[in-house]
Ligand binder design. Structure first.
Ligand code: AMP
Ligand code: GLY
Length: 425
C-alpha cells in the first residue's frame, strides 16, 4: 500500500513511525511532515488545509490510504474530498467530524442517544448565558462551540469568572467565529482518562486507555496546555469501566451517527471523567490524541496500515488488533514561554545519546534543522516515549532519556504517570 499521513507534529511522527513498521506499507508520504520524519516518509510541502493540493497529489501518486492526523482538515471536509476522488481515508467525513468541530452538536447527539455527559445548555445570546450562569452558580464550565486549539474551555470557580469568559468568547470573540455559540455545562469531578477507538462505521475496537497531563506544572497546576505527557494503559479505567464506556458511550454515539446517515470511521477519541456515578464524556475528538498517540501506538501489536485501511473500507476485524504487554510513558519537553508563547531556535543537544534498544522513541512535535542540528520550533518540542515491562519501568526509562536531552528554557513535568502508579499500589 501507498500510505500518506496528513500533519507534521508529534502525533504524526508516531503515526508515521508505526506505519513504517507495517508489513503492508510499500511507501509512505507525509503532508507536510517534518524534517524529523524525513527518514521514514517522503515529506511533501503541502499545508494540512490545502485540500485540493493533497487530494490532487494523492490521485497523481496513486495513494491507497490517506491518514489524517489533525482535526482542522477533517472539519473542513478533507475526507469527503479525498473519497470523492476514490481514495480510502482513515478519518471521518465533515458531518461526522462535527463531533469535535461543534461542542453543541456533540452534546445534542449525546442527549438524544442517552450518553452520560455533564448537564448543559447551549447559548447564542450572551445575556441569556449570563442569566443561566447566575442561576446555576459556580463552579461551572464555559465552552466555545467551535475549534479553539484546545483553549476554548474555561472551568470557572466563580460566577464572575464564568460571565467574564462569556464576554471574552461572545463579545470580544477571542476565538473568532468559534465563540458565536457557547455551551455552559455542569462542572464534573473525577479523574480524567482518554479512550481512543478504531471505528469502521459499525465495528468499534477500543485501544488501550491513556491518561494525558494537560496542565503545565507538576500536580496539575498552572494553565492548560496541549498535553505535557501521557502514559498507557491507564489503570484508572478498569476493565469494568472500559466495558461501560464501550457500551454506554462509544456504541450509542457510533450507532446514533449511523442512524443519522453519517457513519463514523477513523479514530474516535472519548475524553472521559470518571465520576462517582461512572464515566461521563468531557469531549469527543475526531482524531488521534496528542500526546496519547505517542504512548498508545508503540503498544500496538499489529499492522496499523491494514487496520486503518479496514476502518476506511468498513472491514475492521477486532481479531487483528492486539496489544503488547507492559506500559508506555511519554514525557513532553516544551520550549520556554509555553503555553502562552513558544521560543524558537534553541539548539537541542543529546538526541544521539538516547538509548537505541528499540524501546525508546523521540517524537518531534516542534523542531526544525538549522546547520545540521535540531532546534526548537514550537511550544511542544519533543515527546520522549519509553516502553517498559511495568508502568514504573516505562516512567524511569523515559525520564532517563529526558536527562540526556537538553535545550535552553526546556520545560518538563516530573510527575508523568504518578497517578497511574497510585492506582496500581
Ligand atoms: P476539553 O478541551 O473539552 O478537553 O476541556 C479541557 C479540560 O477542561 C478537560 O480536560 C477538563 O479537565 C476540563 N473540563 C472540560 N469540561 C469539564 C466539565 N464539564 N467539568 C469539569 N472539567 C471539565
Ligand atoms: N491530548 C488531548 C488532545 O489531543 O486533544
Amino acid at each position: 500500500m501507498k500510505v500518506a499521513v496528513v500533519g507534521g507534529g508529534g502525533r504524526e511522527h508516531a503515526l508515521v513511525r508505526k506505519l513504517h513498521e507495517s508489513p503492508s506499507v510499500e511507501s509512505l508520504y507525509a503532508f507536510p511532515g517534518s524534517e524529523a520524519m524525513s527518514d521514514l516518509a517522503r515529506c511533501v510541502p503541502l499545508s494540512v488545509t490545502d485540500l485540493t493540493g493533497i487530494t490532487d497529489f494523492a490521485v497523481k501518486e496513486g495513494i491507497d490510504l490517506l491518514v489524517v492526523g489533525p482535526e482542522v482538515p477533517l472539519t473542513q471536509g478533507l475526507a469527503d474530498a479525498a473519497e470523492a476522488k476514490g481514495i480510502a481515508v482513515f478519518g471521518p467525513v465533515k458531518a461526522a467530524a462535527r463531533l469535535e468541530g461543534s461542542k453543541g452538536f456533540a452534546k445534542n447527539l449525546m442527549k438524544k442517544y442517552g450518553v452520560p455527559t455533564a448537564a448543559y445548555e447551549i447559548f447564542t445570546d450572551k445575556e441569556a448565558a449570563k442569566a443561566y450562569i447566575e442561576k446555576q452558580g459556580a463552579p461551572i464550565v464555559i465552552k466555545a462551540d467551535g475549534l479553539a486549539a484546545g483553549k476554548g474551555v474555561v472551568v470557572a470557580q466563580t460566577v464572575k469568572d464564568a460571565t467574564d469568559a462569556v464576554d471574552a468568547m461572545m463579545k470580544d470573540r477571542i476565538f473568532g467565529e468559534s465563540g458565536g455559540q457557547i455551551v455552559v455545562e455542569e462542572c464534573m469531578v473525577g479523574e480524567e482518562a482518554s479512550l481512543l477507538a478504531f471505528v469502521d462505521g459499525k465495528t468499534i475496537v477500543p485501544m488501550v486507555a491513556a491518561q494525558d497531563h494537560k496542565r503545565i506544572f507538576d500536580g496539575d497546576k498552572g494553565p492548560n496546555t496541549g498535553g505535557m505527557g501521557a502514559y498507557a494503559p491507564a489503570p484508572v479505567l478498569t476493565d469494568r469501566w472500559r466495558q461501560v464506556v464501550e457500551e454506554k458511550i462509544l456504541r450509542p454515539v457510533v450507532d446514533g451517527l449511523a442512524k443519522e446517515g453519517i457513519p463514523y470511521k477513523g479514530c474516535l477519541y472519548a475524553g472521559l471523567m470518571l465520576t462517582d456515578k461512572g464515566p461521563k464524556v468531557v469531549e469527543f475528538n475526531c482524531r488521534f490524541g496528542d500526546p496519547e498517540t505517542q504512548v498508545v501506538l508503540p503498544l500496538l501489536d499489529g499492522d496499523l496500515a491494514q487496520i486503518m485501511y479496514d476502518c476506511a473500507t468498513g472491514r475492521l476485524n477486532p481479531k487483528d488488533v492486539h496489544w503488547h504487554k507492559g506500559a508506555a510513558c511519554c514525557v513532553i519537553m516544551a520550549s520556554a514561554g509555553y503555553p502562552e508563547s513558544s521560543h524558537k531556535g534553541d539548539v537541542i543537544d543529546g538526541l544521539d545519546d538516547v538509548e537505541k534498544d528499540g524501546s525508546v522513541y523521540v517524537f518531534h512535535s516542534g523542531t526544525k534543522k538549522e546547520d545540521g542540528k535540531f532546534v526548537t520550533a514550537g511550544g511542544r518540542v519533543l515527546g520522549v516515549t519509553a516502553l517498559g515491562d511495568s508502568l514504573q519501568d516505562a516512567i524511569s526509562k523515559a525520564y532517563a532519556q529526558v536527562e540526556r536531552i537538553h535545550f535552553d528554557g526546556q520545560q518538563v513535568r516530573r510527575d508523568i504517570g504518578q497517578k497511574g502508579l497510585k492506582h496500581l499500589s
